[in-house]
Design a protein around this ligand. Structure first.
Ligand code: TXA
Ligand code: MG
Length: 348
């Protein structure tokens, strides 16, 4: 595996590799993706192999041009009301952290969609991702660049640690800005349904197309509609327990366990409580906060928290705690995506 920069020459090298059927990990605004040519079946098979990903979990096809949408999706086969919603979302939220599930074109290999009649399409806003897609074949299938079920990568070093030689190239574009994966929205039925909360908040989507369903149907353990819905997913190695702020603040300190607070206020309350009982709290290497500053609970705070979430979970994983206690996020903004990932991490 070779690390490349996000400079133009290096992206051209990576694009040639994709055209030749090889795999390239690349930055997006959400998390790093593991990309291969969406129309090359052996490249798709290599993605599943590299991630040890079950074949029932379909891939997102990434495009970098609105006109490329028709290569993957048959929007024209939708009823006019849904077609209008697709158009409005593309105009307002693309490029960005929103994936649309749409009727697929017959030319998209069944391996990409795991045999489903629908394909997931996303137009990322990250400039390096866009260049890579354009210089390659115009459509790159890419799951998050992590082993199946494990923490998503927000830095090139995460990909290196987790996938190593299973990837041909990594484009290092620094830290992923949003930090949680895209929102997956199913537009094959009315009303549209969020299959996975993510970087595009539900409020932003509803402001454009009106009501969308959110509560996912009960999560099945095999062949789910969208495997990001699997009950256990996005998991760190240690057992994770998820708590409301008031419970988190009153937890006793246990040496060997790690504590992940949403805000400094709750962390401060916990420290004050445990300063009496456990004077050695202060060795801060097991204590983390997703946000900094006093003004917790706003949508902006959830942006900051999402950007830090997987990075801090990777750090916690590397110190191998005996358990992780995590505080729930407020539900506004990206809070739904953060709580979704933490809830699934808590089920491993
Ligand atoms: O932000 C993201 O979406 C990142 C970056 C790399 O773009 N990608 C990502 O891919 O998170 P992945 O494979 O880790 O997650 C894709 C999710 C899975 O939950 C998958 O089940 C769902 O999208 N999905 C893909 N195709 C689908 C389809 N045809 N119907 C329903 N769900 C689909
Ligand atoms: Mg993933």
């Amino acid at each position: 595996m070779r690390t490349l920069t996000s400079g133009d020459e290096d992206i051209r090298i990576a694009a040639e590799a994709i055209k030749a059927g090889r795999l390239v990990a690349f930055p997006t605004e959400t998390v790093y993706g593991l990309g291969g040519d969406a129309f090359n079946v052996s490249a798709l098979a290599r993605i599943f192999e590299a991630k040890r990903r079950p074949r029932f979990d379909p891939l997102i096809v990434h495009i970098a041009d609105l006109s490329a949408l028709d290569m993957a999706a048959d929007v024209g086969s939708l009823p006019p009301s849904l077609r209008a919603k697709v158009g409005a979302l593309c105009r307002n939220l693309w490029p960005g952290p929103l994936t649309l599930v749409l009727p697929k074109q017959p030319s998209v290999p069944d391996l990409a969609t795991s045999g489903l009649p629908a394909v997931a399409v996303r137009f990322p806003s990250h400039p390096a991702a866009q260049k890579l897609i354009r210089y390659a074949t115009g459509a790159i299938a890419a799951p998050s660049a992590n082993p199946f079920g494990y923490l998503s990568p927000t830095k090139a070093s995460h990909v290196q640690e987790q996938l190593g030689e299973r990837v041909d190239f990594i484009i290092d574009g620094g830290r992923a800005g949003i930090g949680v994966e895209s929102t997956v929205l199913d537009l094959t039925e009315e009303p549209p349904r969020i299959l996975r909360p993510g970087g595009a908040p539900c409020e932003a989507i509803e402001a454009i197309i009106g009501h969308v369903e959110t509560g996912s149907p009960p999560a099945p353990q095999t062949a789910p509609h969208s495997p990001g819905q699997l009950a256990s997913h996005y998991a760190p190695k240690a057992r994770l327990f998820l708590h409301d702020a008031n419970v988190m603040a009153s937890l006793p300190f246990c040496p060997g366990e790690a504590y992940l607070f949403f805000d400094e206020k709750t962390c401060g309350a916990w420290r004050a409580r445990n300063a009496r009982n456990a004077p050695h709290v202060g060795g801060d290497e097991r204590i983390f906060t997703l946000t900094h500053g006093a003004d917790e609970g706003t949508a902006d705070k959830t942006l900051e928290a999402a950007a830090n979430l997987f990075d801090i979970l990777h750090i916690i994983d590397n110190i191998s705690p005996s358990a992780i206690h995590a505080q729930k996020s407020p539900d506004s903004g990206l809070g739904a995506a953060i709580n979704d990932r933490l809830t699934r991490a808590a089920r491993n």
